[in-house]
Design a protein around this ligand. Sequence first.
Ligand code: FRU
Length: 465
Amino acid sequence: MDQYHTSKITNQRYRPTYHIATPGGWLNDPNGLCYFNGYYHVFYQYHPFSAKWGPMHWGHVRSKDLVHWEQLPIALTLGDQEDPGGCFSGSAIVKDNRLYLLYTGQHYYADHDLNHFFEVQNLAYSDDGIHFTKYSGNPIITAPKDNSQDFRDPKVWFQDGYYYLVIGSRAKDKDQGRVLLYRSSNLTNWQEMGPIAEASSAKDEGYMWECPDLFKINGQDVFMCSPMGMDKQENQFLNYSQSCYSIGQLDLSKPQFTGTPFRDIDSGHNFYAPQTFLTPDHRRIMVGWMSTFEGEPKEDPYGWAGVLTLPRELKIISDHLYNYPVAEINNSHHDKVLDDVITVSKPQSLTLSDSQHLDLQFKFSADGIDRLTWQMTDQDSCLIQLIINQQNVTLIRCGADPKRYAQLAGPLTELRILVDTSSVEIFLNQGWASFTERYYANGKVTHQLQSSQKQPIKVIAYSLG
Ligand code: FRU
């Protein structure tokens, strides 16, 4: 009965040291991000019995500082009447000192075909933030008649005296992605308010919008979701599934969200299903899953799979969404391992004691730098390369993968790269653009920099992890 034992980690080779990963088993979406009784909580889609996606539980970690995470017991286990096929993604809210989780209960039909199911929304609660009880009145929401089988990932918030939630949905008639709004005064009885945003066409904006989120930053509403099936555009929406955002206004009286066309939240190969929450000091923090369902993570032979991104603070400046590692990361730097001013007209390797656990920061002149290449190489070949050509940024994951792109609004003045054993998170101009990537190195890793300009570059590196 091996499947009833948690998957064992058999090799530390690709394990991150300061990112959230499972203690053995598979991870996908972040769920239920919140602050409760002095701790930040992050839950995640979890299959404990193998390093492959399987019957979904909610794994659980908590932290005092958003950097050091403590593994807790599994928060939600599937198998009750309202979640026999899995506890799928969802969110959290605190009400009267009690932590509530809203999640999707998965139901498969007797044919056991994973593509043939129905989905309902359920509630669970906890007073200690560790042990959860499922609400006896589940399900709290079932799908409306005009919905296809895809109806999942509730994101809850409180506004003007009511609880609201959005649910990812696929309209039955048009077969297009949309998001549905619900309202409640008590978290248990929910009234359907209708669709508040819909794909313009399934080809352009996807047939199913997973993991929606809706929140305010400085009075503007931000809508995020992870559409499946969007057509690729020349320089964006290039992943198997995307995570997009739109900035606009939610009119609760209609109800309707109107906003800018979708844009990628992160331009890398490995970013999906992000969710956000508000810290007690009112910062909007996002965590995503560093992957998509495309390809097999190389750590899976070693008993685990999947990493969450660093918590990143979101800001809007001039109608653009910035994402940047939370300031708490700066407090956990161990040593400054490099502090130099260099010119790199020839490719130059940086001298770093631990090249795979780093916060690497480059500062350029106020006018910015026009041409720059950074690359990470292992004993065999190039792993990841970032090329700046004026405001055009190209990321190459060396090997067969297609490139990824971002366009800056001005010259590059700042570049920050956080490396953790098998992940790289790259932030340009304080998070105007970001690239999230997994990499799998063989042997010694070096970082190289080159620019055809003779401009002095300030380089600072801290060890982390
Ligand atoms: C997104 C997703 C969600 C679902 C969960 C299942 O990655 O497909 O829509 O709730 O993963 O694990």
